[in-house]
Design a binder for this molecule. Sequence first.
Ligand code: ATP
Ligand code: MG
Length: 276
Amino acid sequence: MTAPPPPLLELSGIGKNYGSVLALRDVGLVVEAGSISCVLGDNGAGKSTLIKVVAGLHAHDTGSYRISGEEVHLSSPRQALDRGIATVYQDLAVVPLMPVWRNFFLGSELQRGRGPTARLDVAAMRATTREALLRMGIDLRDVDQPIGTLSGGERQCTAIARAVHFGAKVLVLDEPTAALGVKQSGVVLKYVAAARDQGLGVVLITHNPHHAYLVGDRFLLLKRGRMAGSHTRAEITLEQLTAEMAGGSELAELSHELRRAGVVPADPGEGTEPTT
Ligand SMILES: Nc1ncnc2c1ncn2[C@@H]1O[C@H](COP(=O)(O)OP(=O)(O)OP(=O)(O)O)[C@@H](O)[C@H]1O
Ligand SMILES: [Mg+2]
């Protein structure tokens, strides 16, 4: 019998300080090929910090980080990229006035010829961009339009298609649906699922338990830099995940404080037990 292959990513006991600020403490994360691991948590919970460790932007202070079983200490995003870990940041880092195809190939331009006579192979880049988008089911009217004219959802989808095209094994998405409406969020989640179906391991960071539950296989909940829950899909319902995220009792406490301060009117149901 052969042992199953190790997960694409396996972080355990991860700790990270910014000076005296404890940003992460004893955090674990597993990402398997062909699955989606969601990282949930409130503002300041440590989600972006965890992603920066995964993406090689910050080295972890404690714990272990393994990529396909091999222990690593990344000290630059290039090292993560070379190991197949592609990160799409919330601001996307695109050049808004450049055409879609130009952004798609940014930093990896195709050339024709060599030496001083080398030219950008614009036709090939256009055609490849169109094909790569189509393969993900994205039918863009015109890959020559400036990427800044695409909707937020289309831009996220283009970034996902780009990572898939350039051979990423792990795709990390920092709040891809945060600025989007219901419909566009649905479209982006569809492409997140398409990346998973192509065998990638996906790390999806979100505030939104509904979005996470639509596509997630595992859920990691962070609170003030610590793990407040880690579940497989089979272990938790959407209702439980939502309650855990909202921190049931914390929410009740907040509404009580707001009412006491007169910020919100008294609830007619006041006096009944809050449900957790
Ligand atoms: N470069 C930094 N220097 C100092 N402290 C930092 C730095 N980056 C983050 N922090 C602190 O670390 C903690 C975790 O921040 P992080 O950005 O990881 O949270 P987050 O979960 O991504 O929040 P958000 O939902 O607001 O994006 C916060 O207390 C934050 O103030
Ligand atoms: Mg963040």
